[in-house]
Design a protein around this ligand. Structure first.
Ligand code: GLN
Length: 443
C-alpha cells in the first residue's frame, strides 16, 4: 500500500483541504448574499414595516458604498495576510468579524446597523481574497488539478449564494428583518467552526506556501531586484489597465442584481406562481442557480472549441455583450409595468438573470487568471488587488445607477445601462486585435 495515498486524504479527487475552503467560502457567501438580498429592501421599507424608511436614493447610495467597500478591502486584506497574520489567521479573524457584523445588524438600531456594515466590509476584506489564496496553496506549481480546483471552489461560492436568499429572504421579509440578518450570522458562524475543525487539512498547503515565500525572498536578495519594468512588461500592464475599465463597467451593470433588480422584483413583478405567493428575494437565488447549472456546460464548450476557443479579450467582450443584452431585455418589461401600472411576469427577470449568467461565465473566470498571466511576477499580488478594485468601483457604479430608480422612467434607466455596456462591448471587439498584440503571446 502506498504511504502517499494514505497520507493525503482526497475530496472528489482533490486535496481534502479544498473541502475546508469550499465550505468556508460557501458559508461566507451565504452570509453575504443572504444579508444583501434584504439590505436595500430593509433600508427603504417604511417604519411601520420594520424598515429604516430611507429614500431609494439614500438606500442605493449606502448599498453602493457598502458593496464597493467589501471589494476594496480585499487589497489591504491581502496585505495583512502577507505581512502580518498569514493566510490562516486572516481568514479566521475575517470570519469572526463578519459573523459579529451580522449579529450587530440582528439588533434593531441605527448605530448597530452601520457598525455591522462596517464590520462585514472589514471582515470580508480579510476573508475573501485569502481563502482563495489558501486554495492556491493546496496545489504544487505543476499540479494540473489547480484550475479544476478553482472551478469547484466557484461552485461553493454560488451554492452559498443560492441557498442564502431561500432562508434569509423569507425570514427577513415575512417575519422580521433582523431574523434574516441573524440567520446570515449563524451561517458565518458555522463556516468559522468548520474552518477551525478543518485546519489540519489545509496545513500542508500553508506550510508549502510559507516555504515558497522564504525561498522567494532569499532569491530576491541573491539576485538583487531591478525595479524598472521592461517594454514588454509595460505593454502587458497596459492591457490590465484597459481591461480594468471594461471590467468595471461589467460589474457596474451585473451587481445591480441586489439593488435595482431587487427593487424591480419587489415592486413591479408578479410574486406568485400557480397558487404560491413567494417573497421577492427569491429572485436573488436565480442567478447563482444558473451559474451552478451552466458552468460545467461552458467549461465543456470551451474545451470543445479547442483552438477556436475565443481569446481572453474576446470573452470579456462577450461578457459585456450579454450583460448589455440582459438590460435591453428589461426595457420592454419595465415599460409594460410602468405604462400600464401592472406587475409583470417573473419570466422577465428570469430571462435577465439567464443572460447575465452567460456574461459572468464568459468574463469572471477569465479576469483574475489573465491578471496572473499578464502581470510581471513580482507585482502579481498588487495587480490582483488592483483588479479587485475594478469590481469594487463597478459596485459603486451599480449603486449610483440604482439611485435613479425613483427619479427616471425605468425603461430609460435600464436602456442607459444597456446602451453603455453594449457600446463598450462593441468597442472592445474592435480593440481585440491591438490588445492581443500588446499581450504578446499570452492568450
Ligand atoms: N458571485 C461571485 C462572488 O461572489 C462573483 C462576484 C464578484 O466577484 N463580483 O464571488
Amino acid at each position: 500500500m502506498s504511504n502517499i495515498a494514505v497520507a493525503e486524504k482526497q475530496w472528489f479527487g482533490h486535496p481534502r483541504g479544498l473541502a475546508t475552503c469550499f465550505f468556508t467560502e460557501m458559508w461566507e457567501r451565504f452570509s453575504y448574499y443572504g444579508m444583501r438580498a434584504l439590505l436595500i429592501l430593509y433600508m427603504v421599507a417604511p417604519v411601520d414595516k420594520g424598515g429604516l424608511a430611507f429614500s431609494t436614493e439614500k438606500g442605493a447610495s449606502i448599498y453602493g458604498w457598502y458593496t464597493m467597500g467589501v471589494y476594496a478591502m480585499s487589497v489591504p486584506g491581502g496585505w495583512v495576510a502577507d505581512k502580518l497574520l498569514g493566510l490562516y489567521r486572516s481568514v479566521l479573524l475575517g470570519g469572526i468579524i463578519i459573523a459579529a457584523g451580522h449579529f450587530m445588524m440582528a439588533y434593531p438600531s441605527l448605530p448597530t446597523f452601520y457598525a455591522g456594515l462596517i464590520s462585514i466590509v472589514i471582515g470580508t476584506g480579510l476573508l475573501k481574497p485569502n481563502v482563495s489564496g489558501i486554495v492556491g496553496t493546496l496545489y504544487s506549481k505543476e499540479d494540473v488539478r489547480r484550475d479544476a480546483g478553482f472551478s469547484i471552489f466557484y461552485m461553493g461560492i454560488n451554492l452559498g449564494a443560492f441557498i442564502a436568499p431561500l432562508i434569509c429572504g423569507p425570514l427577513g421579509q415575512r417575519i422580521n428583518w433582523h431574523y434574516g440578518f441573524g440567520a446570515a450570522g449563524v451561517g458565518m458562524t458555522l463556516g468559522v467552526i468548520q474552518y477551525v475543525l478543518g485546519k489540519k487539512h489545509i496545513a500542508p498547503g500553508l506550510a508549502r506556501h510559507e516555504k515558497d515565500e522564504v525561498d522567494e525572498r532569499a532569491a530576491e536578495r541573491a539576485e538583487g531586484r531591478s525595479s524598472s519594468f521592461t517594454r514588454e512588461e509595460w505593454r502587458r500592464i497596459s492591457v490590465i489597465a484597459i481591461l480594468f475599465f471594461f471590467s468595471m463597467l461589467f460589474w457596474g451593470a451585473f451587481e445591480q442584481a441586489g439593488s435595482s433588480l431587487n427593487l424591480f422584483a419587489d415592486r413591479l413583478t408578479r410574486l406568485s406562481f400557480l397558487q404560491w405567493n413567494f417573497p421577492s428575494t427569491l429572485f436573488q437565488s436565480v442567478q447563482p442557480a444558473f451559474v451552478i447549472i451552466f458552468s460545467p456546460i461552458f467549461a465543456w464548450l470551451w474545451l470543445r472549441m479547442g483552438r477556436h476557443e475565443p481569446s481572453s479579450p474576446t470573452k470579456f467582450g462577450f461578457g459585456l455583450f450579454f450583460v448589455g443584452l440582459s438590460f435591453l431585455l428589461l426595457v420592454p418589461g419595465a415599460a409594460l409595468a410602468q405604462s400600464q401600472g401592472i406587475k409583470v411576469s417573473p419570466m422577465w427577470l428570469i430571462g435577465v438573470y439567464l443572460l447575465q449568467t452567460f456574461g459572468e461565465l464568459c468574463l469572471s473566470p477569465v479576469g483574475l487568471s489573465m491578471v496572473t498571466k499578464l502581470a510581471p511576477p513580482r507585482i502579481v499580488g498588487l495587480m490582483l488587488g488592483v483588479f479587485f478594485l475594478s469590481i469594487s468601483f463597478g459596485n459603486k457604479l451599480g449603486g449610483y445607477c440604482a439611485g435613479f430608480f425613483d427619479r427616471l422612467p425605468l425603461p430609460k434607466l435600464f436602456g442607459a445601462v444597456a446602451g453603455t455596456t453594449l457600446t463598450a462591448a462593441f468597442i472592445l471587439f474592435l480593440l481585440v486585435k491591438p490588445i492581443r498584440k500588446l499581450m504578446g503571446g499570452v492568450h
